[in-house]
Design a protein. Structure first.
Length: 273
């Protein structure tokens, strides 16, 4: 919600923060990490570093034992004027150190701050990616939670390639996203070697999933595009892969995740007694 000063025109609303982080966002994220539990659960002796500080020293900053006192100084320096992308590196690192059952809460709290401060990024699974629409984020998160490990694995790799820095791997993100759809249809068709088009044909004809023919055709053609466009699914064929930009990779990541979620819901609903 816009503040009074913004509504009255006294302050210009801030645009999305894509290649930088404002001082206000840096401060809020620093306070968030400082207060986050159990990241900063202290040992019995308060003079000793927290468990999280030890992780930072040994794995994030890679300081030696001689540099134990530098961790907090380095952390403060990072939030004060460190590269914006390193701040997001730190958030992903903190997420990874948490027990699995607490990661979701951490990501949701962090996303709340990122949204309020108009960051162009959100936590999606273990990665911070350039997605701001809540429906898009939810679609991909649901895809990451697919019960089939091979499907969720492709979505995870699609997210990782999309979020890769300093140079995102958008072609590979597209490849992994459509491969996730193929993996899901192979499960439904009970054929581990079928192409996406073949698997869609099987599950439609057998009535395993009541999929509209037009939707079947649309994804078959989308798969055909990724196969025919040089370099997207065939790294040894240079061509259209170089034209895959962020917007196209985002479209594929979100659309393929949503389609997987749709297929899963249809299959569960159709199989229910």
């Amino acid at each position: 919600m816009a503040r009074f000063s913004e509504r009255e025109g006294h302050v210009t609303p801030q645009g999305l923060q894509r290649d930088d982080i404002s001082e206000r966002l840096r401060n809020r994220l620093e306070v968030f990490l400082d207060r986050a539990q159990p990241l900063n659960r202290r040992l019995a002796n308060n003079n000793l570093p927290t468990e999280f500080e030890r992780e930072l020293r040994e794995r994030f900053f890679a300081f030696s034992l001689r540099d134990q006192t530098r961790t907090r100084e380095a952390l403060a320096e990072l939030f004060r004027d460190g590269p914006w992308h390193r701040v997001y590196d730190l958030l992903e690192f903190a997420y990874a150190t948490l027990p699995r059952g607490l990661q979701g809460s951490f990501a949701r709290q962090c996303n709340k701050i990122l949204k309020e401060e108009t960051s162009a990024y959100r936590f999606v699974g273990a990665h911070i990616v350039a997605l701001t629409d809540e429906n898009e984020v939810e679609a991909v998160v649901q895809g990451l939670g697919n019960p089939r490990a091979e499907v969720a694995g492709h979505i995870e790799r699609a997210c990782s390639s999309f979020a890769q820095r300093p140079v995102p791997d958008y072609p590979n993100s597209v490849k992994e996203a459509i491969s996730a759809v193929e993996a899901m249809t192979r499960v439904l068709a009970n054929d581990p070697n079928a192409t996406l088009g073949q698997a869609l044909s099987v599950i439609t004809k057998q009535g395993k999933v009541p999929l509209h023919p037009a939707l079947n055709s649309a994804f078959s053609k989308l798969y055909g595009w990724t196969s025919d466009a040089g370099g997207i699914r065939h790294a040894d064929r240079p061509g259209d892969a170089t034209q895959v930009d962020e917007s196209l990779a985002r479209f594929m990541l979100v659309t393929c995740s949503a389609f997987i979620n749709y297929l899963t819901a249809l299959h569960i609903g159709h199989s229910a007694p």
